[in-house]
Design a protein around this ligand. Structure first.
Ligand SMILES: Cc1ncc(COP(=O)(O)O)c(C=O)c1O
Length: 399
């Protein structure tokens, strides 16, 4: 039989030729997470796996700081979290306000419309974020809304929203309105206190600060959200994304009983279990603090040392989990990215449609920030950036 594991595949598995993946997700993962991905075939109802899945569900509560939020861990990418939110909590004609700070606000809005929501966006200039005062006035003038969605960190702009303040005004203006946080680029890196801040839905994915390979959509819903789901009038307009099907599965695994709807991604869940265990060796307060500290060093390097301009309009609204940076004048984007690649570091180009060719992005979340060994990744990335800019511009000498 033809050998399908070609030299190309072999080269991908060789760690020595591996380039650091410093994009804003997927992020680097720890070798123990990689080991969990290569465990032998295991039944999804084997007692060992049931226990792993049950513990993973419980650990997700500790990650987002909730006592009674309902986690859902389902095969898929972060995008499935949008579909789960829209399919289960929104009924045709419901009005939803999207606090939009970039590409991912636009896309979440499109997803909600697919399920019949009437979507209103609060937008602002690229790199900015709507102020709490502006959102308050929209809520008062145009509300009530069934839900308000907020992208905690928009990965296209690196803009961080103030969830505590926004959730506060949303709940003060109308306590029943669902506060939905897209935390794909923030969970386990930016401060998020689900219960204390009265968040109703936080959705995320395995491949960012949670530190596992892509493949899992992870969502936590408050009891308020679960009540709205349980009392909805119209049928759920999705088969795979329906919580009617997934809730009994999550409850079964958590009570350590076998159950089946849609085969779970056994190895991905094992890998997530290992990664969450590593994160939870720290308190979440420490996790947030460490991300803030490392981010402060990175931003100082980019702005003070290299004189580069960030996409976020101020440091206060810049994410701690990634940096979105304009190319300085005279730099050819493809040359900069390939020079980084030649030095063994992969970073990302731009994504926001209005400025896509004008900026690049570096991810700095998860083990890159938390793991002492991996902290060298940030130093290596910044050194590669210095060299790449020097090669094109001699930027540092000019400053
Ligand atoms: C903020 C945000 N929301 C949603 C998504 C979609 O997640 P996925 O690509 O895993 O479907 C992403 C992806 O990067 C994201 O950054």
């Amino acid at each position: 039989m033809r050998n399908l594991f070609t030299p190309f595949h072999r080269s991908l598995t060789r760690m020595s030729s591996h380039k650091l993946c410093m994009i804003p997700g997927p992020i680097e993962f720890h070798s123990t997470v990689l080991d969990a991905m290569s465990t032998p075939a295991t039944s999804h109802v084997a007692p060992t796996f049931i226990n792993v899945f049950g513990e993973t569900i419980e650990m997700m509560r500790r990650i987002v700081l909730t006592k009674d939020g309902q986690p859902f861990i389902v095969s898929g990418s972060g995008t499935l979290g949008w579909d789960m939110t829209a399919a289960n909590l929104i009924e045709a004609g419901d009005r939803v306000l999207v606090i939009n700070t970039g590409y991912f606000g636009d896309s979440f809005g499109e997803c909600l419309e697919t399920y019949g929501a009437v979507v209103q966006h609060v937008r602002c200039e690229v790199g900015g974020r709507p102020t709490v005062e502006h959102v308050t006035s929209v809520l008062k003038q145009d509300g009530p809304f069934k839900a308000v969605t907020i992208t905690h960190v928009d990965t296209s702009t690196g803009v961080l929203n103030d969830i505590q303040a926004l959730a506060g005004v949303i709940k003060t203006t109308h306590p029943d309105t669902l506060v939905v946080v897209d935390g794909v680029c923030s969970v386990a890196s930016e401060e998020l206190r689900f219960d204390e801040w009265k968040v109703d839905v936080v959705l995320t994915a395995s491949q960012k600060a949670l530190g596992a390979p892509p493949g899992l959509s992870i969502l936590v819903a408050s009891q308020h959200a679960m009540n709205i789901f349980q009392t909805r009038q119209s049928p759920i307009s999705s088969y795979y994304a329906s919580w009617k099907r997934w809730l009994p599965i999550m409850q079964a695994y958590e009570s350590r009983k076998p159950s089946y709807f849609g085969t779970p991604a056994v190895q991905n869940i094992m890998a997530l279990h290992v990664s969450l265990g590593r994160i939870l060796q720290h308190s979440m307060d420490d996790v947030f603090k460490r991300h803030r500290e490392v981010n402060a060093r990175i931003k100082a390097h980019l702005t003070d040392k290299l004189g580069l301009r960030l996409v976020p309009l101020s440091l206060e609204m810049a994410s701690n989990s990634l940096s979105a940076v304009y190319y300085p004048e005279g730099v050819v984007p493809s040359t900069l990215l390939s020079s980084m690649g030649e030095q063994g570091v992969v970073i990302a180009g731009g994504l926001h449609r209005a400025i896509a060719t004008k900026y690049f992005r570096i991810g700095h979340m998860g083990i890159t920030v938390m793991d002492d060994e991996a902290l060298g990744y940030v130093a290596k990335t910044l050194a590669a950036l210095d060299t790449a800019l020097d090669n094109q511009l001699g930027v540092r000498e000019k400053l």
